[in-house]
Write a protein that binds this ligand. Structure first.
Ligand SMILES: C[S@@+](CC[C@H](N)C(=O)[O-])C[C@H]1O[C@@H](n2cnc3c(N)ncnc32)[C@H](O)[C@@H]1O
Length: 273
C-alpha cells in the first residue's frame, strides 16, 4: 500500500459514499446517461460496471432490463448500492466488492463493460483497460469516461481562488492528482488502442452541476472524496470555514445569482472487442 494516494485506498472511498453521492451524483449521472445512449443496454444483455461508486450507471442500465453486476473496491460503496437496490426491489442487479485491476469475473462473459470516472484512479490504468477487455464476449462493447483537461473547470477554479483568498499562506499541494494521469480525448483513445480494442470512438461532453444551494453543496463537497478530505484536513477548520464563505460569495457573485451552475467536461470513449 506504499505511495498510494488517498483515492487509491478502498476504505477512504467507503467512508464517504453518501457524501460522494450527494455532491457528485447529479454530475456523474449525466455521464451515465450519455454512456447509456451510446451502448443501449437491453433486456437480457449482461453489463459489468467497474468502480461503480454509488451506482448511478448500474441502476440506470438495470432499469432498462439489462443484467448488471455493480463492482467497486470499496465495501462502503457496494453497501450503498445494495441499499438502493433493496429499496427499489430490483432483482436484475447484483453487487460485489472487486478491485478493477483484478476482476473476479470469467473471461468473455459480459456483453458490456463500463467504468465511469473510475479506472482513472487505479494505480495501473492499463490493467484496468485490459480487465474491461478480458471480460467481454466477442463483439462486446466497452465505455470509459475520464475528465477533460481540468484547468477551466468552474469547481476547481472556484476552489483554488477561495483558498487563495481565505488562506493566502496555505500552500496548495502542487502534485498532479492521480485522476489527471489520463485526461482528454487523445489520452483516452490511446489507452483503448493500447489495450487492443477496435472501433474506438471518443468525444467530449459537458457536465453541468446545477446547485440549489451553494452553502449546502460546500458542506458535502469538503467531505466528498478522499483528496478533498486530505486537502481540508491540511487547511484546518477555521480556514476551511473562511474558504467556504468565499466559495459561496464567488459562486453566487455576492448573492446576486439565485441559480449556480458549475461547468466541467468529460471525455467518453466507446470501443469493441
Ligand atoms: C469518482 S468515483 C466514480 C463512481 C461512479 N462510477 C460514478 O460515476 O459516480 C470513483 C470510484 O472508483 C472506485 N475505485 C477506485 N479505485 C478502484 C479500484 N482499484 N478498483 C475498483 N474501484 C475503485 C472508488 O471506490 C469510487 O467508488
Amino acid at each position: 500500500m506504499n505511495n498510494l494516494s488517498p483515492d487509491q485506498i478502498p476504505e477512504k472511498w467507503g467512508d464517504i459514499a453518501s457524501a460522494y453521492g450527494d455532491a457528485f451524483e447529479k454530475l456523474t449521472s449525466q455521464f451515465a446517461d450519455d454512456v447509456i445512449s451510446r451502448l443501449s443496454p437491453k433486456t437480457g444483455e449482461s453489463v459489468l460496471d467497474v468502480a461503480a461508486g454509488t451506482g448511478s450507471f448500474s441502476l440506470a442500465a438495470a432499469r432498462l432490463g439489462a443484467d448488471v453486476l455493480a463492482t467497486d473496491f470499496a465495501e462502503g460503496m457496494v453497501e450503498h448500492i445494495q441499499n438502493r437496490i433493496d429499496k427499489a426491489l430490483m432483482n436484475n442487479i447484483k453487487t460485489k466488492v472487486m478491485d478493477g485491476q483484478a476482476l473476479d469475473v470469467d473471461d468473455a462473459s459480459y456483453d458490456m463493460s463500463v467504468s465511469i470516472v473510475g479506472l482513472i484512479f487505479f494505480p495501473d490504468i492499463d490493467k484496468g483497460f485490459a480487465e474491461l477487455r478480458r471480460v467481454l464476449k466477442p463483439g462486446g462493447r466497452c465505455a470509459v469516461v475520464c475528465w477533460d483537461h481540468p484547468e477551466n473547470f468552474d469547481m476547481m477554479k472556484l476552489l483554488q481562488q477561495s483558498i487563495a483568498i481565505a488562506a493566502p499562506d496555505f500552500e496548495v499541494p502542487t502534485q498532479t492528482p492521480v485522476w489527471a494521469r489520463m485526461v482528454g480525448e487523445q489520452a483516452l483513445e490511446e489507452r483503448f488502442q493500447q489495450a487492443g480494442f477496435n472501433k474506438v470512438e471518443v468525444c467530449t461532453i459537458d457536465g453541468l452541476l446545477t446547485l440549489d444551494s451553494v452553502e449546502d453543496f460546500w458542506s458535502v463537497f469538503i467531505a466528498s472524496s478522499p483528496p478533498m478530505i486530505s486537502l481540508f484536513a491540511a487547511l484546518g477548520k477555521e480556514n476551511t470555514e473562511r474558504a467556504g464563505k468565499v466559495f459561496v460569495e464567488l459562486a453566487t457573485d455576492n448573492h446576486q445569482k439565485q441559480m449556480v451552475t458549475l461547468a466541467s467536461k468529460a471525455c467518453v470513449g466507446v470501443a469493441y472487442v
